[in-house]
Design a protein. Structure first.
Length: 126
């Protein structure tokens, strides 16, 4: 039996940041997307990223996550498919990302950290 849900659509994912506009621009540039709104009066920004919307909210006293430890948990991470790993890593580095010091052993993807310390993964085709 299938029942109808009152939830009909996922509008976006919202990510905390010390600077919402800057992080929205980072993810737009990383993915070839665009910043779709910056609202400084609300400490809020949004970006169109690969057909989805990411929202960013400025948070006072922001505490960056630490990969892979849990003293400051990662809270979430984003995985991006890339055609080739090394050019994607270089692109992310040029935008201000860093390669996480600790990488899963033997994995073909790369764990990166955005300018605010959120981890994200660049994943080549299988």
């Amino acid at each position: 039996m299938t029942t109808s849900s009152p939830v009909t659509e996922l509008l976006s994912v919202c990510i905390d940041s010390p600077d919402a506009a800057r992080l929205a621009q980072f993810y737009a540039d990383l993915s070839g997307g665009e910043v779709t709104g910056v609202y400084p009066e609300y400490g809020y920004a949004s970006a169109s990223v690969l057909g989805s919307t990411l929202n960013f909210q400025t948070v006072a006293d922001y505490s960056a996550p630490q990969w892979p430890g849990q003293a400051h948990p990662q809270q979430f991470h984003l995985d991006f498919r890339v055609p080739e790993l090394e050019p994607a890593v270089e692109h992310a580095l040029a935008l201000g990302a860093t390669v996480a010091a600790e990488q899963p052993e033997g994995m073909t993807w790369r764990v990166m950290l955005d300018p605010d310390g959120h981890p994200f993964c660049l994943c080549p085709p299988s």
